[in-house]
Ligand binder design. Sequence first.
Ligand code: TEU
Length: 526
Amino acid sequence: MTWWRDAAIYQVYLRSFADGNGDGVGDIAGLESRLGYLRDLGVDALWINPWYASPMADGGYDVADYRAVDPSFGTLGEAERLIAAAHRHGLRVIVDLVPNHTSDQHPWFQEALRAGRGSPARERFHFRDGTNNWQSRFGGPAWSQVDDGQWYLHLFDSSQPDLNWDHPDVRAEFESILRFWLDRGVDGFRIDVAARLVKQVGLPDKRGLFEGVPTFEDADDEPDKDRPEVHGIYRDWRRVLGEYGPDRVFVGEIWVRDPERFAKYLRPDELHTAFNFAFLKCAWDAGALRAVIDRTLATHATVGAPATWVLSNHDVTRHVTRYGRKDSAFMKREHGVPADLALGVRRARAAALLSMALPGGVYVYQGDELGLPEVFDLPDELREDPVFRRTGGLDLGRDGCRVPLPWDGEEPPFAFGTGGSWLPQPPEWRELTAARQLGDPDSVLSLYRLALRVRRDEAALGDGGMRWLDAGPGVLAFERDPGFACVVNLTDEDIAVPEGEPLVASAPLAGGRLPADAAVWLRTAS
Ligand code: TEU
């Protein structure tokens, strides 16, 4: 079986993972120094957020050169050595491909600015003499004006001009970029904004506009989303990937609501996998989760693709915080909503066991394994996310889930590096450092290490089937072959545990009973 059907994949948000050169920003040297930690955590692969040359107007999702590594992260040579070193540690490497837009510093956009209106260089982007009503996903208008009066489209920041995917140069360039990184040994690509590359001809106005804070759930049939022509791009890319054998993989970032439309991206000649955002957004509620799980498995089965289980990433409020809220469903980033973090951690521990026990692949966002909460009280002047600026602070943006990791010690920067950290870490994270958690068998980190090991080596979870067990309202219980059960208690009271030998529990079983907001894995008689 191909590795990616059941892989545990760790998301490395590079500039916040570990800093090797003491400039306060995470980098490749820092990542390389921590590969042992990731191997021992028990994951199979890393997805590394963009490391390309970039002015960093959107944390590297504004790419100026797709074939170069940003100096703040290292060099191309270091990236090549990192890929080899990860492989030696038994870790595959997925890099992040950003095809919807470039940086405004990309040579093509600079050429387009110089070449002027009506020039072939402008046809690689969406330049117009007027605008439509589209809004940026980061807030504010989706159009900015250049000196000669023309406007260009940017679904994200004004520093991220959208590429015109009807242009043959754009198509050829990205196939060449794929080969560039495949030739350097990467095992796959995470595709940024994968549903939005193709825009409806004529760029007609939208019906649905948001007020203030963009939600993650705009309609599927908007003129800048899920256009049928986008599938042709992925068929072309799949052929390129296929030339490198069956072990290279695509994972799409596809915020498409309709399960059937979503599944189309996962047809056998398109992308291998996609993030399960329906699961990420779902409230901590047994009925809602069960419905999402059933829908996920049913839709993936129609195309033979493995499901993925995702709780957090670098764009959303950390799930420890979300699960500590009264309403734990996620639609948009909110601040000022109270969260009971102790409750959030309990639920996050249980959710980790749930996500790792389900059939398919599982993602761990850096810091999930430490139980980190969202950080809200960052000084405004240190916030870097363009979302903060473009929404006038209505949306605090994503910096709060991107605070550098606490590794060791009693004070910030907690061995993140020797030169501080680009965002300040809360002093109370001294309780949450990786080093401290390693010494505590009850820590979130110890739970992740145990569960990932059991998942891979003992229970052989991952791809395959599952059967629901009837455990009463508020309880999610299912079996997997051979002889495995997962029980998650989402009620307010402890419950009896079905027969079996406990393998991993997210909270101590008291008198053989499973507490509220806890989960247990059992070896059952098969
Ligand atoms: O995100 C795409 C996206 O639409 C959201 O996840 C985005 O964070 C949200 O709309 C903001 O309100 C991807 C990347 O994951 C994100 O980090 C980038 O900023 C974005 O694309 C642009 O490249």
